[in-house]
Design a protein around this ligand. Structure first.
Ligand code: SAH
Length: 274
């Protein structure tokens, strides 16, 4: 087995149960075109390849790429790109390989040190959603991140990340994965999650405002929303607005649903234009 490197956050998944759960959650069909980030030794890649039309994998580690190319390079439906997923311009690389069309699903056990930026690249942001959303994104992530991704409003784990991601995608927990399922075992437990990007919201007057409102609203933890939003809206005015929207004026950021954030941002956008 190739020795895992710390700098690339390498932890090889060895649990059959977890691998089965990921593959099942991906619900593969022979027309699917998969994008895998960080194939590592290819344990997940090998399972996916026979089930799908094509798989493009992006791996940063040159040594692993050499090994994967040797072992899987002859598979016609497999394309391996060496590079940093975060900076790689995938579409321009793919123009050289017309048989590998744009992926419709992402399936990956990702490097945990760049989870946030990976999710942002896959979904886009509130102000700038990915123009061609994937059908599904199945990821193995750190348990604490997973909890924030599928958290419901009002729960302790519902934070800015929850709003930003749930605005763009429906998120569900597939299954927990213990640290012992990896070699070497990471310090944290993990979970498989599935994100299904939603059609881009059309009823948001000013997505940029919504984005900055969410950031500001969650700025100081456990504070009332009207205090956190004071820089952009007077406390009394916000109290009135919240009352009009049938929201308790003492509400905290983590109590508002995504829809309520949208409504609030829209009301503020209209208010400010007057
Ligand atoms: N999928 C494998 C490996 C997971 S470990 C398995 O389940 O066993 C994370 C993988 O992501 C490693 O192979 C690591 O080299 C790779 N990686 C780390 N940073 C990356 C980046 N910026 N772009 C692409 N791959 C990266």
């Amino acid at each position: 087995m190739i020795r895992p490197r710390k700098i690339f956050a390498q932890h090889w998944l060895k649990s059959e149960k977890a691998l089965d759960a990921i593959v099942k959650a991906a619900d593969c069909s022979l027309s699917d075109r998969i994008l895998e980030i960080g194939p590592g030794t290819g344990i997940l890649t090998r399972r996916l390849l026979p089930l799908v039309s094509s798989l493009v994998a992006v791996e940063i580690d040159r040594d692993l790429c050499a090994m994967l190319a040797k072992q899987l390079g002859k598979r016609e439906n497999f394309l391996l790109l060496q590079g940093d997923f975060l900076t790689l311009d995938l579409p321009s690389h793919l123009t050289a390989f017309p048989q590998f069309q744009r992926a419709n699903k992402v399936v990956a056990n990702i490097p945990y040190n760049i989870t946030g930026p990976i999710i942002e690249k896959l979904l886009g942001t509130i102000a700038n959603p990915h123009p061609e959303p994937f059908d599904a994104i199945v990821l193995l992530v750190q348990k604490e991140v997973a909890e924030r991704l599928y958290a419901k409003p009002g729960s302790k784990t519902f934070g800015a990340l929850s709003v930003r991601v749930q605005y763009l995608a429906d998120c569900e927990l597939i299954c927990p994965v213990p640290a012992a399922a990896f070699h070497p075992a990471p310090k944290v437990d993990s979970a498989v999650v599935r994100l299904r990007p939603r059609p881009i919201e059309t009823n948001v007057l000013d997505p940029r405002r919504l984005e900055s409102l969410v950031k500001l609203g969650f700025g100081a933890k456990r504070k009332m929303l009207r205090n956190n939003l004071q820089p952009v809206i007077d406390r009394d005015r916000l109290t009135d607005l919240l009352a009009q929207l049938n929201i308790n004026p003492q509400v905290r950021a983590e109590d508002l649903s995504v829809q309520q954030w949208v409504t609030l941002a829209n009301v503020l956008a209209v208010g400010n234009d007057n």
